[in-house]
Design a protein around this ligand. Structure first.
Ligand code: GCU
Length: 439
């Protein structure tokens, strides 16, 4: 998220998230360590602020490797190669899903409740010259299991007036605009919502925090808390990224009922922590047709094993651990990133054969996200796309900034800015149009 970035690197949680219940987050982190049988402190994350710190972040490429040890998405655990698409769908993909669910994202509980959508406000207006219908929806989760915990998904849907069956881009973000952007002039360049409408498509924005708060101290609330009846998480219970992805799935349930939308042509976009969420949503939700994954970094498209930019240890620390399953904490203590049974190239591979655009800012301004590590993951997902009859990225050398690589079903571009999808939107929309409109 644009403004969070500068602040976000390694500031104490209390300064970074004044609205968080930091003591509760720390207690929850300690409780999870205990339930994992970890009695020593975890290794600290890298420090993105203080270059003189002993654990200062590494941005030196020479110290980021080696990577010969990436797990092979197309090898079974006994080393035999995955011979064909059928073996991928029936056996190998489920194996990878199991590993990601158990060790990284956690499982969606079987009792995850039904969501009932209602339109709370409908307005006809004109946006960027296009007559549109704006609907604000509330998705109320059935909370009979835990009546003291209410969860209401907050979704904005904007579609061109008088049209039916339009493609739709769903953003994980802020239906009323990012809080830091209020009362400020809009950033330069076209607004993505206007670009989407100019194509005759619609857009939607889901507030992920209406599904699950971005707060490790609130895991006993939100959808995770509701399904656990307010009790703490087990080590393989879902984390916030998976919960946000569940919210995306429930939003698609709604899209399927709205004649204005063609639910078979829904794309997703998210930035930073919401970029991680968007990638996780795409990996597990087959109804998402295309994705723009922006500056997702560690826990998103970046290879965990790369020792550049943010590290597993940062993600496993108190302030971010709620994004992940509890089991993930092991990899910043008794285990290391190299021992993760899966890495992010395999998360991208779970999206195959659907088209995916990996976006990042320039390597300097957005270095914390490790642009090269995301490029390498995109390359390493290629064999799975090829096995399924699709085109890989078509490049293996890290490109210069502003080089668009989008001839295949995987795309990559570093734009001129920093931590924003902004300048890559037109390129992504052209990419999505190939699939949505056959262009
Ligand atoms: C921090 C965090 C990142 C995250 C970012 C954000 O920088 O370390 O993993 O992507 O915040 O979401 O703004």
């Amino acid at each position: 998220m644009a403004v969070a970035v500068g602040l976000a690197v390694a500031t104490p949680a209390a300064a970074q998230f004044p609205q968080r219940d930091v003591a509760a987050g720390q207690a929850e982190h300690a409780r999870m360590l205990k339930s994992l049988g970890i009695d020593k402190p975890l290794r600290p994350g890298v420090d993105g602020y203080n270059k003189a710190a002993p654990n200062a972040v590494n941005y030196d490429e020479a110290k980021a490797g080696p990577f010969s040890l990436l797990p092979d998405p197309l090898a079974f655990p006994d080393g035999r190669p995955v011979p064909d698409a059928d073996a991928w769908w029936k056996t190998r993909r489920p194996q990878l899903v199991e590993l990601f669910e158990r060790e990284e994202h956690g499982r969606i509980p079987k009792n995850a409740p039904k969501v009932t959508w209602t339109v709370v406000k409908e307005t006809k207006t004109v946006r960027a010259g296009v007559p549109v219908v704006e609907k604000r929806l509330a998705g109320v989760a059935d909370n009979r299991r835990a009546p003291s915990i209410s969860v209401t998904l907050d979704l904005l849907v904007v579609t061109p007036e008088g049209k039916t069956g339009v493609p739709l881009i769903l953003e994980l973000g802020f239906p009323d605009g990012p809080p830091w952007a209020r009362n400020r002039p809009p950033p330069p360049g076209p607004d993505w919502r206007d670009l989407v409408l100019a194509r005759g498509w619609g857009y939607a924005i889901l507030d992920p925090t209406s599904v699950q708060a971005d707060d490790p101290g609130k895991l006993n609330q939100g959808i995770i808390g509701l399904t656990n009846r307010g009790h703490p998480r087990k080590p393989d219970d879902w984390g916030a990224l998976r919960a946000w992805g569940w919210g995306v799935s429930r939003s698609i349930d709604y899209f399927e009922t709205d004649p204005a939308i063609d639910a078979k042509r829904v794309g997703i976009e998210g930035l930073s922590r919401y970029g991680k969420g968007a990638l996780v949503a795409m990996a597990y939700e087959p109804r998402l047709a295309v994705g723009l994954i922006a500056s997702s970094g560690e826990g998103g498209a970046k290879l965990h094993r790369r020792k550049r930019g943010e590290q597993v240890e940062n993600l496993a620390a108190e302030g971010e651990h709620h994004w992940m399953a509890g089991n993930f904490l092991k990899y910043a203590g008794p285990l290391t990133a190299d021992e993760l049974p899966v890495d992010s190239h395999e998360l991208i591979a779970l999206v195959a054969p659907r088209p995916l655009f990996i976006s990042v800012g320039n390597d300097e301004a957005d270095a914390w996200t490790d642009p090269r590590g995301m490029f390498m993951a995109t390359v390493a997902a290629g064999p799975v796309y090829r096995l399924l009859g699709k085109k890989d990225l078509g490049a293996t050398t890290f490109p210069a900034p502003l080089t668009l690589i989008a001839d295949g079903d995987l795309a990559f571009r570093q734009h001129e800015g920093g931590h924003t999808p902004g300048p890559n939107w037109p390129f992504f929309l052209d990419f999505a149009a190939r699939y949505f409109e056959g262009k």
